[in-house]
Design a protein around this ligand. Structure first.
Ligand code: FAD
Length: 469
């Protein structure tokens, strides 16, 4: 009897427990990806990036005699119809932990079981299932450092090899095509500008992990703060879609640590920030939509998308570090972590704008968009989240630029205006933006920031004082 493997954010062959369980049932395995409402609701960049990943996975499956079946519709309806077409006995998947996926998966699981179909969900997206990490008092963790202490010594099983053989059904069910789906349609900016910055698929991700552990992890402690350097793993896009497993990353990091490479432990800690984000999204799903700490829900943030917010989105605030970072994201689909903290601080403090607006823009533009890390990152930066930076610690983008980009390389890489011979990356921003934005490199760069750094700091602190009392 056939087994259906429902793929979602686990777009790889190796170290895939659900895949191995499906194969272990003995019959043919039919991998399927469903374009349901959750996929429909993705932002433009992550949806486009998903399409690249699916194309890569489909090719990999075909190389081992299998296929990726694509179907559009309600997940339960699609699975039911596939079960019937194939006479399948079981459906397997890797667990997800965001509230929307949990709601859907619980519904699908119950209904299929009622139909008499065997259903199994497996681990694979995380190192530590969120319910297996508990405080001494039996609750979940709200602070990162004790969470890290609780997990760092844990045994993590070695990654599984990719299946050598995947039995095919006698006849493959009908599949739609990626062309039918047009997942890149909403990229109304030059997707071709963004494409070279994507490292797509399992093989590329593993190659990058190998490079990082061989060449870069030793310098990670210093380089990870420098936005102009290629000093971090860049694996977030792969982890977000499950093109690489966190377990493989963990073991590589552990090996590097045993070899005495200085940045390895810090890197493992970053990987565990991702786990912590998932721990929180599982235990407190409101982290995606409401200020995590209740008292912050009436903080006087503006939720109006005015011209200043537009300037922030378009990289035209007049604060060079902020603008460079916003343009980097628009062109590459990614943004350096330090830059993410700075643009988030500028939006939520200097512009006194709700973090949700920033969260939504990142969701639209990031090819490494991840529901848990994005929500935590925004709430951490805004000061409303668990274990957040205190609100009154406000980043000064200029001081940050001096410290972390002393030669101005990052700024020149992304801001064409004011340069006599602008870099090609800086110019590419203007190719990437939609025409409706009306931007050109010949426009003058704003003389003054829309909100000055000192002025914004004062406004933010005044608002905080007024709100607290
Ligand atoms: P490395 O430094 O090589 O770290 C290795 C891995 O650890 C990363 O790939 C990532 O999976 C994880 N990681 C590192 N830092 C963090 C962190 N602060 N929080 C959670 N996980 C982390 N990350 C996303 O993957 N998707 C997002 O949508 C996202 N949105 C963010 C929004 C804001 C406002 C902030 C401040 C941070 C956000 N991050 C997000 C976290 C972080 O910026 C990225 O994970 C990191 O820049 C990815 O680069 P890298 O893969 O080279 O990381």
């Amino acid at each position: 009897q056939a087994t259906i493997l429902w793929l979602r954010r686990d777009l790889r062959l190796s170290d895939h427990p659900a895949f191995m369980a499906a194969i272990a049932r003995g019959g043919p395995v039919v991998p399927v990806f469903i374009h349901d409402d959750l996929v429909e609701g993705l932002g433009a960049a992550p949806k486009w990036r998903l399409g690249l990943s699916l194309a890569d996975l489909a090719a990999r499956l075909e190389a081992v005699g299998s296929r990726l079946i694509l179907r559009r519709g309600d997940a339960l309806a699609v699975l039911r119809s596939l079960v019937e077409e194939l006479g399948a006995g079981a459906v397997m998947w890797s667990r997800l932990y965001d509230p929307q996926s949990i709601e859907r998966d619980t519904r699908v699981k119950a209904a299929l079981k009622d139909d008499g179909v065997e259903v199994e969900s497996h681990a694979g997206h995380l190192l530590f299932e969120p319910w297996t990490v508990e405080t001494g008092a039996g609750g979940f963790y709200k602070v990162y450092t004790p969470f890290w202490r609780a997990v760092r010594g844990r045994e993590v099983a070695a990654p599984l090899a990719a299946p050598a053989e995947i039995a095919a059904p006698a006849a493959w069910p009908m599949s739609e095509t990626l062309d039918d789906w047009q997942l890149g349609r909403a990229m109304n900016r030059g997707a071709e500008v963004c494409r070279p910055y994507q490292r797509v698929g399992e093989e590329a991700a593993q190659g990058r992990l190998g490079w990082f552990m061989g060449e870069a992890v030793g310098g990670y402690n210093a380089a990870r703060d420098l936005p102009a350097e290629d000093g971090t793993s860049g694996l977030s896009e792969n982890l977000a879609l499950g093109e690489i497993s966190p377990r493989r990353c963990w073991h590589a990091g552990m090996r590097a640590m045993e070899e005495g490479k200085p940045g390895a432990e810090t890197w493992l800690q970053e990987l565990v920030w991702r786990e912590f984000a998932y721990h929180l999204i599982y235990h407190t799903p409101h982290i995606t939509s409401e200020s995590w700490r209740e008292e912050w829900r009436d903080f006087p943030w503006s939720e109006v998308e005015d011209d200043r917010v537009l300037a922030w989105k378009q990289g035209r605030t007049g604060v060079p570090f902020v603008d460079a970072a916003m343009r980097e994201m628009y062109v590459t689909g990614k943004m350096h972590n330090r830059a993410r903290m700075i643009v988030a601080s500028y939006l939520t403090k200097h512009l006194m704008t709700h973090w949700r607006i920033g969260q939504a823009w990142f969701e639209e533009c990031l090819t490494d968009w991840d529901p848990a890390s994005n929500a935590l990152g925004w709430q951490w930066s805004a000061g409303s989240g668990p274990d957040a930076t205190p609100y009154f610690r406000i980043f000064n983008a200029e001081t940050q630029a001096k410290k972390f980009d002393p030669e101005g390389v990052y700024l020149r890489r992304w801001i064409a205006e004011r340069q006599r011979g602008p870099t090609s990356t800086a110019l590419s921003f203007f190719e990437a933006v939609p025409r409706s934005w009306g931007l050109s490199p010949h426009m003058p760069y704003p003389e003054e920031p829309i909100v000055g750094l000192k002025e914004g700091r004062r406004l933010a602190l005044d608002a905080y004082e007024g709100w607290k009392t």
